[in-house]
Design a protein around this ligand. Structure first.
Ligand code: ATR
Length: 276
């Protein structure tokens, strides 16, 4: 019986138990996935308790993706460069940390818009937090240039300097990015701006979009952010945030079980859960 779960705070409406119980069903593995909400002030003690439990692996979400690192026995290279872990694999009592957010994002785009992966030349990432870094690192194997815009310039500069030179573009202020938006084949919104209950907010105005461009938002509550709605009205193709959540979960599941699952089969039901 696989013992899986999620640590974070708050975890109220997490879809992860539903996703992973579907993956368990698909692979005919027996197991359970539990929500383990931890108050930030109790983190070290709760982690010690967790070490004593017979877990096979767990996910880590806000606000512990960085805090978990000192408690690991080892860490995957990418997660280490990122400074954020969203998946822990437990083997012989040892904890190893990974981050599946960026690859989950990339795979979710490949599933819906494969042409973008092969043809996009200029990419704009809005934001420079952990999610932006994970996505940028996963994109850095493709043949494209990544520009970054962020409210705080120093964080964007740090992200750019951590990227391989071949893909490293330039920093733009949010205003500059709004004016240059129609130069990009692929625009990726990674900030929390537009998340419910502040769904009326938008990180940058969408005035013009390039023909055939893909606009993507990692926010999935609401499913369609104002940013994506405006991009769609201007003719962009859009990619929704729940797809990243779905595919990063599939990658975590594969790390724990070595089993491949079919995330696409869950998309419609996931959408009705998020809309309901
Ligand atoms: P995560 O790890 O989930 O990406 P994070 O590290 O807190 O979270 O990063 C959040 C991102 O959203 C950052 O790019 C942040 O901009 P700053 O670097 O300037 O803080 C951006 N962000 C959050 N709230 C914002 C707001 N109201 N306006 C503009 N950007 C915002």
């Amino acid at each position: 019986m696989l013992q899986l779960g999620l640590i974070g705070s708050p975890l109220g409406h997490s879809l992860s138990p539903w996703l992973h119980s579907n993956f368990l069903e698909q692979t005919e593995l027996k197991g359970e996935y539990q929500l383990m909400e931890i108050k930030p002030e109790n983190f070290p003690e709760e982690i010690s308790t967790l070490k004593d439990r017979e877990m096979n692996g767990f996910n880590v979400t806000v606000p512990f993706k960085r805090e978990i690192i000192p408690f690991l026995d080892s860490i995957d290279d990418r997660a280490s460069r990122l400074g954020a872990v969203n998946t822990v694999v437990v083997q012989n009592g040892k904890w190893r940390g990974y981050n599946t957010d960026g690859d989950g994002y990339l795979e979710s785009v490949r599933a819906v818009y494969p042409d973008i992966i092969s043809s996009a030349e200029r990419v704009l990432i809005i934001g420079s937090g952990g999610a932006a870094r994970g996505i940028a690192f996963s994109l850095s194997g493709l043949s494209l240039k990544i520009d970054v815009t962020n409210r705080t310039p120093s964080r964007a500069e740090e992200l750019l300097s951590d990227l391989p030179e071949a893909v490293r573009g330039r920093f733009l202020t949010l205003n500059e990015a709004a004016l240059a938006l129609d130069e990009y084949d692929w625009v990726i919104q990674t900030t929390s701006v537009g998340m419910a209950p502040k769904a009326e907010e938008i990180p940058i105005d969408v005035k013009k979009v390039k023909e055939n461009a893909l606009f993507s938002d990692i926010v999935y509550r609401p499913l369609e952010t104002r940013f994506l709605l405006e991009a769609k009205r201007k003719g962009a193709r859009v990619h929704y945030g729940h797809l990243m959540l779905l595919y990063q979960a599939a990658y975590s599941f594969a790390l724990w079980t070595n089993e491949e699952v079919l995330p696409a089969s869950l998309i419609t039901e996931m959408e009705s859960k998020l809309e309901g």
